[in-house]
Design a protein around this ligand. Structure first.
Ligand SMILES: Nc1ncnc2c1ncn2[C@@H]1O[C@H](COP(=O)(O)OP(=O)(O)OP(=O)(O)O)[C@@H](O)[C@H]1O
Ligand SMILES: [Mg+2]
Length: 331
């Protein structure tokens, strides 16, 4: 572990700036187990990137490599414009990392943890105090600041952990499962914190088990499975990748429902709720052709709704190792 971490006022994010994080052919094995089998990542500065994947997929490994905690076996890796292999010190100076397992020292107070970080970043005493006070305030830890961190709840520890990460004012931060174990309110607070960081121009690389979190926060999402990026894109792009989207027609008149069901092929019927489902990718083009088709068949539904698959569907489809369809149950 590096003993000195430099403060980082310099990382430029002008129009010419390169990707905040880029990886080409990133590989890592432990013994004969290949964890990362040549993955490529490209994360524009100022965006939020979420890495998803089942337990053991290699998310933490990727974060540790990109934050210089462990070395890759191969790959052309740049963080904050710096070559990870050639200049790991410069990378360290540009980033902040909050690990899956906390860096908080429980024996000392929250404030002392913060001041320790300020020391590590070579802030002057007065600057360190001011930064610590600002961050403790921002993370709602003022009341707890003088208490040993071991007495904090999980959510408080997590907030302290992120506050500590921000002491050096990093322009790129890695958050490995930032909200695991937090209650819904604390999760939403954490989301707010992450959004604030992004509006300050910080690039966020996060891993998560929560698909709604990726959906909520991330500009782009990659699903890691079996050592490879199984899919990458915006949440909407990923959802369109897998089947399961449909247009749902609901009828109130059973006779209208029955005649529509007879007229339309390839629909799924639900006779109890008088609804019909037509497979669709949810695109405007397909929607228009479905509407035209309904018009020409003289079918008039009382309600028409478009359903796209959610990220859970995507996750199951991309990461399942069985051939079972994740869409057995149609909602
Ligand atoms: N130091 C190590 N020595 C040997 N194997 C390791 C080591 N660190 C990780 N692994 C293995 O690498 C694989 C990826 O682990 P990693 O912690 O990156 O997964 P993850 O995606 O973060 O999982 P989780 O969702 O459970 O946090 C796992 O099979 C793990 O057992
Ligand atoms: Mg992990």
């Amino acid at each position: 572990m590096p003993s000195s971490v430099m403060p980082t006022p310099r990382q430029g994010d002008g129009p010419q700036s390169p990707a905040a994080v880029s990886a080409v052919g990133l590989r890592k094995s432990y013994g004969d187990k290949t964890v990362l089998d040549g993955i490529d990542l490209h994360i524009p500065a100022g965006s939020v990137f979420a890495l998803l994947g089942p337990n053991g997929a290699g998310k933490t490994t990727a974060v540790k490599i990109l934050s210089t905690l462990i070395t890759a076996d191969a790959g052309n890796l740049h963080v904050g414009g710096h070559d990870l292999a050639a200049d790991p010190q410069a990378v360290r100076a540009a980033i902040g990392v909050t690990g899956q397992f906390s860096a908080v020292d429980g024996l000392i107070t929250g404030e002392e943890n913060m001041l320790l970080m300020a020391d590590l970043h070579h802030l002057s005493r007065s600057e360190g105090r001011r930064t610590a006070a600002d961050l403790l305030e921002r993370f709602d830890l003022v009341e707890a600041a003088k208490k040993p961190a071991s007495t904090y709840s999980g959510g408080m520890k997590r907030r302290l952990d992120i506050a500590m990460t921000l002491v050096g004012n990093p322009r790129i931060i890695f958050l490995d499962e930032p909200t695991t174990g937090l209650d819904p309110r604390s999760r939403h607070n954490m989301w707010g914190i992450i959004r604030d960081l992004v509006s300050d121009g910080v690039t966020v690389f996060l891993t998560t088990q929560y698909l709604d979190e990726a959906d909520e926060l991330a500009d782009r999402i990659a699903v890691l499975n079996d050592g490879k990026i199984a899919a990458e894109g915006t949440a909407d792009e990923l959802k369109r990748l897998i089947p399961g989207g449909h247009v749902r027609l609901r009828f109130t008149d059973p006779a209208a429902y029955r005649s529509a069901a007879l007229a339309l092929h390839e629909v799924t019927r639900d006779d109890d709720s008088l609804t019909l489902q037509i497979p669709s990718d949810g695109s405007q083009r397909e929607l228009r052709s479905i509407l035209d088709w309904l018009d020409s068949a003289g079918i008039e539904a009382d309600e028409l709704t478009v359903h796209t698959p959610d990220l859970d569907d995507v996750f199951f489809a991309l990461t399942s190792d069985t051939n079972q369809s994740p869409k057995e149950a149609v909602r």
